[in-house]
Write a protein that binds this ligand. Structure first.
Ligand SMILES: Nc1ncnc2c1ncn2[C@@H]1O[C@H](COP(=O)(O)OP(=O)(O)OP(=O)(O)O)[C@@H](O)[C@H]1O
Ligand SMILES: [Mg+2]
Length: 497
């Protein structure tokens, strides 16, 4: 056994985040760590890497007790970590990032030729042949992710921890990262893999440990598990069938918004789009195909250079997000970390923030109403928090995300754009969010959903628009909305449909 954890306990005020957790890691295995939002996965990892001081328990590495007090110390002991938000510097070069703190020197100065050569050699082991003198930020996320993994492995070399590493990658990029992970497994590393994507767990992991409410439910070989049994372990109850019935009457839905010839050079080719009242329109396509760019155009983040937006009352101005909000639009962006949360405000304050801004700060929402709204959304989205006054920064990642979604829902827009609304959100809440979208549209709200999970799009959308290379290339309606058809449209080359 490479590493073993016994009776690990971590207590935060009001929360027992980890309660006597055991975990064994073997050399040459990929060990998936699963559990609902707030189950304790990130906390376990932070205790292991010394980012948090644990309140109890013993960690042994190759038979000897270890007690890392910082991530640096953990690295020295052989434990490296890559988080979802790549913790590298985008405006340093690839080589600088890779060798940071260990630069080869000559006469006291960084030897940039040796630096380049060493960096190339390291990345060569991962089958990556890229220009290491370019800024890291100029590469796609998957490459950045692999550079981060390479750096962690170079520094540490025994245990590699990946906390939701694939959350913002498309299918091809996931395959790339998985190849790298398999190579490391073959070299005898132990890899801890945290993910909410069950398919990926079945594809990559050898063993799985499930956490629930800070306790270990089970550790078992993947081969002995079914998807259903895994989900039931995570939830601690049987999962109801969650398939949303197809939407009725979308044909009859009166058009609410007409976008004509909207485009922006180098961002998205001009497109036409009509959105019906109560309709769910899905946007499908690979990462970088122009889905997020479409959303940003519609919300005035990157305003259109051509085209018009109209509703029954005439032209709508979408020159910046403020005008879009005034027009009754809402946009929950993909990167909620960057945009969404205000870490030291409470859950309640984060939820009412949008409404309050809309109303104007001069007219504060009465406290009683704030409390009621917050309680309501905490319940509806099953936001796990000990109370509504807790600083949102102390919630688990998935629960922070739900609170940002609640903020937009509370503003009650007529047209809501959701960019990857279920990313990082566990299976139970996942189903709940899809159900909620159905409920909102039945009440008349129109929704534009961007999602990389085709099954999810098929379940929720009345109509799906497929993008490729920053163009709208196909539109599927009614019975044509199916994941096979979407895949075909994404993959097919050539003329626009
Ligand atoms: N710094 C902190 N202060 C107070 N409570 C915290 C802190 N960090 C985590 N918690 C609490 O500990 C519990 C476990 O959180 P953790 O982040 O480990 O969950 P997770 O399994 O990683 O969830 P997710 O899938 O949403 O990322 C949650 O109840 C969370 O609110
Ligand atoms: Mg987490």
């Amino acid at each position: 056994m490479l590493l073993s954890i016994r009776s690990l306990t971590k207590v935060f005020p009001g929360t027992r985040a980890l309660d006597g957790v055991d975990l064994d890691l073997h050399a040459g295995e990929v060990h998936a760590l699963l559990g609902e939002n707030g189950a304790g996965k990130s906390t376990l990892i932070k205790c292991l890497t010394g980012a948090y001081a644990r309140d109890g328990g013993v960690i042994t590495m190759e038979g000897a007790a270890i007690d890392p007090r910082s991530t640096l110390e953990a690295q020295g002991l052989g434990i490296g970590t890559v988080y979802q938000e790549v913790n590298l510097l985008e405006n340093l070069t690839v080589a600088q990032n890779l060798m940071f703190g260990r630069e080869p020197r000559k006469w006291g100065l960084v030897d940039s030729r040796a630096l380049r050569r060493q960096a190339q050699a390291v990345l060569g082991q991962y089958g990556l042949d890229i220009d290491v003198d370019r800024d890291l930020g100029s590469y796609p996320v998957a490459i950045r992710q692999i550079v981060a993994i390479a750096r962690a492995v170079e520094i540490s070399g025994k245990v590699l921890i990946l906390d939701e590493p694939t959350a913002s990658l498309d299918a091809r990029e996931v395959a790339m990262v998985f190849d790298v992970v398999r190579g490391l497994r073959a070299r005898g590393m132990a890899i801890v893999f945290v993910s909410h994507f069950l398919d990926q767990v079945f594809e990559l992991a050898d063993r799985v440990t499930v956490l629930r409410n800070g306790r270990r439910v089970a550790s078992q070989p993947v081969a002995e598990l079914t998807r259903m049994s895994l989900v039931e372990q995570m939830l601690g109850r049987a999962l109801e069938e969650v398939v949303e019935a197809p939407h009725e009457g979308s044909e009859a839905a009166p058009p609410l918004l007409h976008f004509t010839g909207m485009g922006r050079k180098g961002v998205i080719e001009p497109f036409d789009l009509t959105v019906g009242a109560g309709e769910v329109v899905g946007l499908a396509g690979l990462l970088g195909s122009g889905r997020t760019e479409t959303a940003e155009l519609l919300f005035g983040i990157r305003p259109a250079q051509s085209g018009t937006a109209r509703d029954a009352n005439g032209d709508i101005v979408l020159s910046n997000p403020r005008t879009a909000i005034a027009a009754g639009f809402g946009f929950a962006p993909e990167d909620r970390k960057l945009d969404g949360i205000v870490g030291d405000l409470s859950v309640r304050e984060n939820i009412i923030l949008g409404m309050q801004a809309q109303r104007g700060w001069a007219r504060p929402i009465p406290r009683g109403q704030q409390n009621k709204l917050a309680e309501d959304y905490i319940k509806r989205l099953d936001i796990r928090t000990s109370d509504r006054e807790k600083p949102i920064g102390q919630l688990s990642g998935g629960n922070q995300q739900k609170a940002v979604l609640a903020r937009w829902l509370a503003m009650n827009p007529r047209f809501l754009i959701l960019d990857e609304p279920t990313r990082g959100i566990d299976v139970g809440a996942h189903a709940e969010i899809l159900r909620l979208i159905g409920e909102l549209t039945r009440a008349g709200m129109s929704v534009l959903v961007i999602s990389s999970e085709l099954d999810e799009l098929v379940a929720v959308a009345d109509r799906v628009i497929v993008l490729r290379d920053r163009r709208h290339v196909a539109e599927l309606t009614g019975s044509a909305v199916g994941s096979d058809r979407i895949m075909q449209a994404i993959a097919s080359e050539g003329e626009a449909a």
